[in-house]
Design a protein around this ligand. Sequence first.
Ligand code: 3PG
Length: 213
Amino acid sequence: MDEVFVEQLRGCGLVPVIVLEQASEARALAEALLAGDLPILEITLRSAAGLPAIESLADDSRWTVGAGTVLNRDEARRAIDAGAKFIVAPGLDEATVAYCLDRQVPVTPGVCTATEVQRAFNMGLRLLKFFPAEAFGGAATVKALGGPFPQVQFVPTGGINAAGLANYLKLGNVAAVGGSWMVTRELLAARDYGTVTSLAATARAQVQASRRQ
Ligand code: 3PG
């Protein structure tokens, strides 16, 4: 199950981290990302619109919608019941991870130290969010964690933008890079979906260029 999700993530190389104020905007945003060749969305539960937005997109197979900022087991349950196809958390909560594994839904908790990676690894996880990436040493730290944990793939997230993307994409243990730079609050508030599409397309081109090297 995890392998299928890792392959899908690797194929895309990006996870846009989304905070929606209005669930009714979810579809236009998903269409804009898809137009930029980005079919994966992490909709966070940081706003009340998060769950209904996930629910409104969950049945459309053109994209894969997951829930982000899932802080506990109960939030994971609600997100999965709403149709979330993957669960992302800023940190490692073992009850949340165990619950997602039980429901057979991929879960990507945030880690930033070897101790946390080891704990997640011992729960059977092989795909982890490295968060907050830029503040915790960036690509150099991801690379260093690859020494003792060669089986683990990371999704670095936190403080990354278009300029920093390439540093992560060149690492073999990075499945995808996450962030809000393609879907900022400002762009969403302005409903500037054209810019979302163009930022997504630019990032996807960077992913493809990095894979050709
Ligand atoms: C997250 O929850 O993953 C982060 O808020 C995303 O980080 P960014 O906004 O710095 O890209």
